[in-house]
Design a protein around this ligand. Structure first.
Ligand code: NOJ
Length: 557
C-alpha cells in the first residue's frame, strides 16, 4: 500500500460528521446551540474518530428553511456567535486533526438578502439580473416543485414589477442567475473568504439546480455549458487552497452524476453523496435481499481517480426515496414508515435509522457496519452514533433536527435554558435522553457509541475501503452481501447478513496459497484452503470485516 497517498487525497477515506450548530451544544444558556458550545465539544468528536466536520449553514438568516435561506454570505448568525468564534472553532478542530467544511448555498438566497431586495425594486436595478425573471406568465410547473406541501409553482409573481422570479425551492428562496459573471464573482469571493478563515471546503447545496438554465434566454446566459461554472469554481478553489474539497448534493441517477465529477482527472466536484446506493440500501434492508444494493454498487460509473462517493444512511432532510420506483418506495414505506405521520412529501420518511429498524440493536449495528464497509467515504449525521430517534410531532424535516442528547439531565444536557426557550424540542419517550445519551454511552464499552467508534477507527485503518476496487463475491445466499475491496495488493472482505437467520457463507477467493482471513471487528483468523476457500458463519444480522493476509505478510492485523 502506498500510505502517503491517503494523506494527500484525504477525502477518499475521511469520516465526515454533519451537524447543525444551533442544535449541538448551547454554551451560553439561551436555548440555542452556539459555536462556542461546539468548540467545547470538539473532543467528543475527536474521541469518536471523526476526521472532517461538516457544518450546516451558520450564516445570517430569517430561518425559514433552517438556515438554507441566507441574507449575508460573509456573515455569522448572531445567535450562534461571531467570526472570532468561527476561527477559534476551526483552529481547535484542526488541532485535533479534524478538517472543517461548511454548506455553500449558491442556488438561491433568502428573499430578504439585500441583492434580492434591490433586484425586485425595479426592472432596471443593477441587481435585477442577479436573479432569474420572466415577464410572461409561467406555464404550469406544479410537477417541478420540491416542497409540494407549500408550493405549486417554481415561479412567483412579484407584485411591484409585475414579473415572475424563479425559485426551485420555497418562494422565499429566489434562484440566483449564476450564468452572470458578476454573480459568479460574488460567489468566488465568498468561497475565498471562508477558505481564508480556515475552511477546508464546502458541501455544495442543490448543484443540479444552479446548473439548470430554466427561464434563461440566450441573452441572459454568459456561458453555454453550465458545467463551466463548476470547472471555474473548482479551479478557483484549487488556486486558493490546494487540498480543499467540493462535496456536492447531486441527487441524480449515477450516469448523470458522473458528469459532475468532470473529466481530465476530475475537474469539477471532488465528491458527491451517493443517493442511489443509499436508497437501494433501504430497499435491500426492507426486502432482506442484498441484490438492490449490490446492483447499485456495481453499476456505479467509474469515477476519476481523485474523486470519491460519500456514503450515508441518514441526513438532515427527509430520507428521500425519490429514485426508487413507486412499488419499491411502497415496500420501503411499508417496512420502515407505514404510518402517514412518518412520511413526508410523498417521497420520503421522517424517521431515523433505529426507529425504522424497530430498535433492534443487532440490525442497527449491522446497518452501520454495512455503511462503513461500503466503497466510499462514510458520512454520519449527528446523533446517529448514539442511536437517537426522531420527533414525529415536529414539522416535516424538523423531525430529525432535534437537540443533541448529551446526558440524562435537563434538556438532555443540551442547554440550561427553560425547555420552552429551546430551539427545538428534545425527543421524549424511549429514545429520549434518559435512555439515549452520549455521557452514558461513552462509559459503556458495549454501547452503540463505542461500536460506531470502532467502525470509524477500523475504517480509517482500512484505506482499501475508501480506495479499493470493488468485487461483489459470489455466494449462494440472497440475504447476504459479500464484497471485497482491493487496493495496492491488499484487500478487505466484508460480509453482512440482512436477515435474522444465521447462515454460513461459502467463499472462494482468488488469493495465493496459505493466505488467511483476519477478522477486524473481533478476534479470529480463518485459514483459506489451497484453493482460497472458506466457510464463514454469520449470526442473524451478523457482520464481519476480514483482511486477506498472505503468507509471510507483515500487516499488523
Ligand atoms: C438542500 C438542503 O439539504 C435542504 O435542507 C434545503 O432545504 C434545500 N437544499 C434548499 O436549500
Amino acid at each position: 500500500m502506498r500510505m502517503t497517498q491517503t494523506s494527500d487525497l484525504w477525502w477518499k477515506n475521511a469520516v465526515i460528521y454533519c451537524l447543525d450548530i444551533e442544535t449541538f451544544f448551547d454554551a451560553d444558556g439561551d436555548g440555542v446551540g452556539d459555536i462556542a458550545g461546539l468548540t467545547e465539544r470538539i473532543d467528543y468528536l475527536a474521541q469518536l474518530g471523526v476526521t472532517c466536520l461538516w457544518l450546516m449553514p451558520f450564516y445570517p438568516t430569517p430561518d425559514r428553511d433552517d438556515g438554507y435561506d441566507v441574507t449575508d454570505y460573509y456573515g455569522v448568525d448572531p445567535r450562534l456567535g461571531t467570526h472570532g468564534d468561527v476561527v477559534e472553532l476551526i483552529r481547535t478542530a484542526k488541532d485535533r486533526g479534524m478538517r472543517v467544511i461548511a454548506d455553500l448555498l449558491i442556488n438561491h438566497t433568502s428573499s430578504e438578502h439585500p441583492w434580492f431586495q434591490a433586484s425586485r425594486a425595479s426592472t432596471d436595478n443593477p441587481y435585477r439580473d442577479y436573479y432569474v425573471w420572466r415577464a410572461e406568465p409561467p406555464p404550469d410547473t406544479s410537477d417541478q416543485v420540491i416542497f409540494p406541501d407549500e408550493e405549486d409553482s417554481i415561479w412567483e409573481l412579484d407584485e411591484r414589477t409585475g414579473e415572475w422570479y424563479l425559485h426551485h425551492f420555497y418562494a422565499h428562496q429566489p434562484d440566483l442567475n449564476i450564468t452572470k459573471a458578476k454573480v459568479r464573482d460574488e460567489i468566488w469571493k465568498t468561497i475565498g473568504f471562508w477558505l481564508q478563515l480556515g475552511l477546508d471546503g464546502f458541501r455544495v447545496d442543490a448543484v443540479p439546480y444552479f446548473l439548470s438554465d430554466v427561464g434563461l434566454s440566450p441573452q441572459d446566459k454568459e456561458v453555454d455549458d453550465p458545467h463551466t461554472y463548476l470547472r471555474q469554481m473548482r479551479a478557483f478553489l484549487g488556486r486558493r487552497h490546494g487540498d480543499a474539497i467540493l462535496l456536492g448534493e447531486v441527487n441524480l441517477p449515477h450516469e448523470e452524476q458522473r458528469k459532475y465529477f468532470g473529466d481530465n482527472g476530475g475537474d469539477q466536484l471532488h465528491m458527491m453523496f451517493d443517493f442511489i446506493a443509499m436508497q437501494k440500501t433501504y430497499l435491500s434492508l426492507a426486502r432482506e435481499d442484498a441484490g438492490p444494493l449490490a446492483e447499485a454498487l456495481t453499476q456505479r460509473p467509474a469515477i476519476p481517480h481523485d474523486c470519491q462517493w460519500a456514503t450515508f444512511l441518514r441526513n438532515h432532510d427527509e430520507l428521500t426515496l425519490d429514485k426508487l420506483t413507486e412499488d419499491e418506495r411502497a415496500e420501503v414505506f411499508a417496512a420502515f414508515g407505514p404510518e402517514e405521520r412518518m412520511q413526508v412529501y410523498g417521497r420520503g420518511l421522517k424517521r431515523r435509522v433505529p426507529t425504522m429498524l424497530d430498535g433492534d440493536p443487532r440490525r442497527i449495528r449491522m446497518a452501520y457496519s454495512l455503511l462503513f464497509s461500503l466503497p466510499g467515504t462514510p458520512t454520519l449525521y449527528y446523533g446517529e452514533e448514539l442511536g437517537m430517534g426522531e420527533d414525529l410531532g415536529a414539522d416535516g424535516r424538523m423531525a430529525v433536527r432535534t437537540p443533541m442528547q448529551w446526558s440524562d439531565g435537563e434538556n438532555g444536557g443540551f442547554s440550561t435554558a427553560p425547555p420552552d426557550r429551546l430551539v427545538g424540542q428534545v425527543v421524549d419517550g424511549g429514545y429520549g435522553p434518559k435512555h439515549v445519551n452520549a455521557a452514558a454511552q461513552m462509559r459503556d464499552a458495549d454501547s452503540l457509541w463505542n461500536f460506531v467508534r470502532t467502525l470509524v477507527l477500523t475504517y480509517r485503518a482500512c484505506p482499501e475501503l475508501g480506495w479499493g476496487r470493488l468485487t461483489v463475491l459470489d455466494q449462494p445466499h440472497t440475504h447476504v452481501l459479500a464484497h471485497q475491496l482491493s487496493w495496492e495488493g491488499s484487500s478487505v472482505v466484508a460480509l453482512h447478513n440482512l436477515s435474522a437467520e444465521p447462515v454460513t457463507v461459502p467463499l472462494r477467493l482468488d488469493v495465493p496459497p496459505d493466505s488467511a482471513l483476519v477478522d477486524l471487528l473481533r478476534d479470529g483468523t480463518t485459514d483459506l484452503g489451497a484453493d482460497g476457500a472458506a466457510d464463514l458463519p454469520l449470526e442473524g444480522y451478523g457482520y464481519r470485516w476480514l483482511r486477506v493476509r498472505r503468507d509471510g505478510e507483515r500487516q499488523l492485523v
